[in-house]
Design a protein around this ligand. Sequence first.
Ligand code: UD1
Length: 416
Amino acid sequence: MDAIRIYGGNCLEGQTTVQGSKNASLPILAATLLINGVCEIENCPDISDVYHMQRLLTSLGCRVERKGTCVCVNTCCLSMCDMPADSVCVMRSSIMLLGALLARTGRVCMEYPGGCVIGARPIDLHLKSLRKMGVVIEEKETEFCAETSRLKGAAIKLPFVSVGVTENLILAAVLAEGVTVIEPAAREPEIQALCGFLQEAGAQIEGSGTGRLVIHGVKALKPVKYRVPADRIVAGTYLCACMCAGGRIFLKDAPVCHMESILSHAVRMGAAVTCEPDGILVDGRDHESTCNRLTTGCYPMFPTDMQSPAMAVMAASGRKGCIEETVFENRFRIVGELNKMGANIMVRGNTAYVNGSGRLCGAIVQAQELRGGAALVIAALSAEGTSIVTNRHYIDRGYEDIVLNLRRLGADVELA
Ligand code: UD1
């Protein structure tokens, strides 16, 4: 029961509501540790990564309760417990807890975090930057211990933009002594959401959404209620599903203002999109494609998390295309699987060349990471015959009820 069976060929029709953002909920849940009291985080997606974050918070002594889409975190009883290794290892975002816990308790020991296998994904920059803020870190073979008597603000120059490092430093800086400057800071909408949450709680952060963040440490933060924005990557994935399968769908609550690059590429690749106040109308039927090339990059460029779904669209279209990946060095893991479905994709260095092929055909393929797994499912929607995508648990890390949602849109898919 860890697979999805897809009978290809159905067009998509109807409406789906876009879930809350995974990459915004995770650091916001970690940020609740900075606040003594009860925070209510609304629109938290019911996905396994959020479940693991809830478990980690519980293991630290927090009382965590989900009521519908709202996750309430009561941090009053926070104690310095060990975190369950399985949750730390399964999810890279467990590293977020480092900055927040150091701010709250001054000492953390944890295993090295895991997550999707999409490149080396080291944590060297996290550790180096925190050392600049007065943290002493001892690195052992499978775990590390970090300790500080008081976090101190610092001017931190990063060698390149990192989403996770920016988030960790924000979490460490909001209660630190003095001023922290982070440059270049990541500008992703999820960082803006984290800053929004912390600002409502009383944090002093300037420059949210820009490449330079200035954070003035404050003495304490107050409990707040905050709504997580909709997930631009999930919205983009359903958009790509409609481009693969054909049809017309409405992506209710899709965060239009944060999807400019995704939408402009979709239009160039042959979709028609209409932005409305409450979402996006997608017509995935064959329109003329003017450009089948894309390069991933930091926000506001085309997101690396959308690279695999976009590759599925290129492969399903039968046209030639080309994708340059500049963020993660090992993010072409679906190429072999798409080729099993009849695609003709070749990788040279950090570029994948999608050579035109006929219609994709059903096959048994293996999800090897979150976004790649979802991309295989949507590619299979366009294929002739039946496909099975194994390792569904990777997809469950980030997509709420993907099978149910696709079924409601008219796809012939089921759990297998
Ligand atoms: C986050 C997102 C992920 C997205 C990625 C890039 C979450 C939970 N995950 O991941 O979905 O694909 O941003 O938008 O929000 N690096 C180092 N050393 C470090 C840290 C990072 O070399 O200490 C490298 C990474 O290997 C990678 C690059 O920096 O090549 C960018 O990674 P980063 O932006 O940190 O990604 P994540 O925060 O892991």
